[in-house]
Design a protein around this ligand. Sequence first.
Ligand code: SF4
Ligand code: SF4
Length: 338
Amino acid sequence: MRYRQFGKIGYKVSALGFGAMNLPHVPFEQAHAALNYALDRGINYIDTAAAYGKSEEIVGACIGKRRNEFFLATKTGKRDYASAKEEIERSLNRLQTDTLDLLQIHYVNYVNEFKQAMESEGAYEAALEAKRQGKVRHIGITGHRPELLAKWITSGKFDQVLFHLNLAQPFALKELIPKLAELDMGRVAMKPLSGGFIQPVDKALRYPYSQDVHVMISGMISVDEVKQNLAALELEVGDEEKRELELLAEQLGEHNCRRCNYCSCPLEIPIPDMMISSQVRQTFGLLPKGDAFYQKHKGKLLSCAEYEPCREKPLCEEKCPYHLPMQRVVQEASGYFQ
Ligand code: SF4
Ligand code: SF4
């Protein structure tokens, strides 16, 4: 396992972090075994959030007694002072700890949300107060708009950022990661499989591992998955492999979707998943997760072409800050069924 100094935070973090988001969906004994095995094998960064169902409770119950063996990161999705303060207290209780190593302001994708969180009665004030009281050691931010995050961090108010970086979403490489490196901030990449659409798993894991990030969070739910993740990262990535992975990321990232979720579809077509899986499909053909996804949404995808309100102007496209051609992608995807 590779360990690096976590920017100016100073803690020596393992390159692989345990994402606890999906633990509420598996039996407690399985979650217990996976988390403890991960700690036994040297993973020392645990990522959860107040919004992940019972994830914080599970982490607290499974490894609360081993608290000094890992760096604990959680998140608040609240934007105002009072509810963020309440949520931080709830996280401390659920995680069975007196101190969170990192509290992140969760999923900030809009300028107005950022402003709200940062104003005097905002969530940031609650985080700062918890820091003064010794309940939080560091404050970070997470989001899906890398270019906005790159601007926001220049305020100097954050120690760390959590962002997407995977073979289908290499966008953080452009401005965000260089800016974070310049400011010596904690750099944490999430979703190496982009929701499960990228395969093979080892290649998907080795791409963020080859880039200038301190920790890559991988959502794991079993001892076998921890073993698989660790095995993929056993060897360092050489120059030639790194170049190959970067070329593949350029190709798979051509859809340009940041998963910011500004768009929505009245037919409930999951547009970001469509944008990403279609690109993966063009390169690799049909992978099991992609196939299941297309079958599940078949009816909706086929309805897009007939949907009257979008005939003249696609409703989804009006909202996309990157002006992407989502209607065309959805309709091309529906062509797979013909
Ligand atoms: S164009 Fe298609 S995907 Fe976009 S909002 Fe309309 S129905 Fe939904
Ligand atoms: S299609 Fe555009 S608006 Fe929708 S998630 Fe992707 S980048 Fe955001």
